[in-house]
Design a protein around this ligand. Structure first.
Ligand code: 6PG
Length: 469
């Protein structure tokens, strides 16, 4: 039996697993990593900082035997059946009270099943979202653990040490019961999809309607990142326009095929929002637009058939750029509003008790959707823990009010210019619908009752009514 000397173990030494583990080592924890691929296990030490305690092994029992009790170990393997197969390999090697973390993007219902399965075996299973990409994993990600409070307390010192910091506060917090960690990460990704879609539409308009070059696009996004739009996604967008292609004389962005892939978290967000039900149309549109992008050949045929011609503008370019800035700002708030209202509803509906004030606080740094807006949302939730929608907060309302005229103009401009700005339009229409004390759904109810006797409620009396139309 080997001595139990390591603080933390990692299963899966791909870039994310390796970098998270090395981040722990950089913070003084002794770490051990396992990968079936012996090349990855063997090379782990070569990436470590001098003076840190890091060991790579290619035998799971060897790793398990060397971990301090209760054992703390994380899986960073592809979501799906591989997670279950690692769990079954681990089970005979673990003891009561050990903690397994799933740090991948697993579907929250899988996490719920795994928690139940392992609870019977007295093993804590923690579903944990990790955001920040490869670089963030090594230097400070935003971390979203949920589930067993006892396990969270054991993990807290390590996770706080490795997470991103904003004003010295760690970007990690307990996200709620059961599978809340993976749920919050799923919605984070839904918001990520939506904001990326908005930025790409604004890029489309700036490029094809305003006529900006890649250098000018860089300047615009760089300037925006220095103001109220300051965010990780705007920052990297500015960088992207400058990157030269290594195979041609063009910028790389112009050589990339317009087909976007996805791993599923955006789709899951939409699916789950439908189940709750909560409206998140801008996230839905972002998923749909990625799906539509895949039909490249059909789009080419349709383009030839209908010849949509983009209308360039020649005047008022500066004004339109400012309107685009304001539109992106308003629509981005509307994306967060949709995602956060989904979390608010899921928190109660799925009995997860998600602390929204902590969600927005830990999204301020490290994660892909970090932006200066998160500071404002943190203040909003601190004042009202039960805020159902950030749009109801006075300060946020004041900001949105100033920008919606621009969003309306930009949606008009994109429709007139035949630019498919479905994300921006959906954000505006969500806003208009959310702010409508009266919607035309009275007519929908009348129709349902007409053809299906589904009954309706009245504005003047309690109860359900049916009419022979
Ligand atoms: C993050 C990212 C990360 C990953 C997404 C990308 O927060 O660090 O969201 O989890 O990049 O899974 O998702 P798609 O491949 O679906 O775009």
């Amino acid at each position: 039996m080997e001595t139990s000397s390591f603080d933390f173990g990692m299963i899966g030494l791909g870039v994310m697993g390796r970098n998270l583990l090395l981040n722990m080592a950089d913070h003084g924890f002794s770490v051990i990593g396992f990968d079936k691929d012996s090349a990855k296990a063997d090379s782990l030490g070569s990436f470590a900082s001098p003076g840190t305690i890091v060991k790579g092994v290619n035998s799971l029992p060897e790793m398990i035997n060397q971990l301090k009790r209760p054992r703390k170990l994380m899986m960073l393997v592809p979501a799906g059946p591989i997670v279950d197969s690692v769990i079954s390999d681990l089970l005979p090697l673990l003891e009561d009270g050990d903690i397994i973390i799933d740090g991948g993007n697993s579907h929250y219902t899988d996490t719920l099943n795994r928690i139940k399965f392992l609870e019977d075996k007295k093993i804590h299973f923690v579903g944990m979202g990790v955001s920040g990409g490869e670089h963030g994993a090594r230097t400070g990600p935003s971390i979203m653990p949920g589930g067993d409070v006892k396990a969270w307390k054991e993990l807290k010192p390590i996770l706080e040490a490795i997470s991103a910091k904003v004003n010295n506060e760690p970007c990690v917090a307990y996200m709620g019961k059961a599978a809340a960690g993976h749920y919050v990460k799923m919605v984070h990704n839904g918001i990520e999809y939506a904001i990326m879609q908005l930025i790409s539409e604004v890029y489309d308009i700036l490029k094809n309607v305003v006529g900006l070059s890649n250098d000018e696009l860089h300047d615009v996004f760089k300037k925006w990142n220095e103001g109220e739009l300051s965010s990780f996604l705007v920052e990297i967008t500015a960088d992207i326009f400058l990157k030269k292609d290594e195979f041609s004389n063009n910028r790389l962005v112009d050589m990339i095929l317009d087909k976007a892939g996805s791993k599923g978290t955006g789709k899951w967000t939409s699916q789950d929002a439908m189940n709750l039900p909560v409206p998140i149309p801008t996230i839905d549109i972002a998923v749909a637009m990625r799906n539509l992008s895949v039909y490249k050949e059909e789009r080419k045929s349709a383009a030839a058939l209908y010849r949509p011609k983009t209308k360039m503008i020649s005047k008022n370019k500066e004004k339109v750029i400012q309107q685009l800035h304001d539109s992106l700002f308003a629509a981005t708030i509307l994306c967060y509003a949709q995602g956060l209202s989904m979390l608010h509803n899921a928190s109660a509906g799925l009995q997860m008790d998600i602390p929204l004030k902590d969600v927005v606080r830990i999204w301020r740094g490290g994660c892909i959707i970090r932006s200066s807006l998160l500071e404002l949302f943190t203040t909003a939730y601190k004042k009202n823990l039960q805020l159902p929608n950030i749009l109801l907060h006075k300060k946020i309302a004041a900001l949105i009010k100033k920008k919606t005229a621009s969003l309306r103009k930009v949606v008009q401009l994109s429709a007139a210019g035949k630019i498919p700005a479905a994300g921006l339009a959906s954000a505006l229409f969500y806003f208009d619908a959310y702010c409508s004390a009266n919607l035309p759904t009275n007519l929908v109810q009348a129709q349902r009752d007409y053809f299906g006797a589904h009954t309706y409620q009245r504005i003047d009396k309690e109860g359900s009514f049916h009419t022979e139309w």
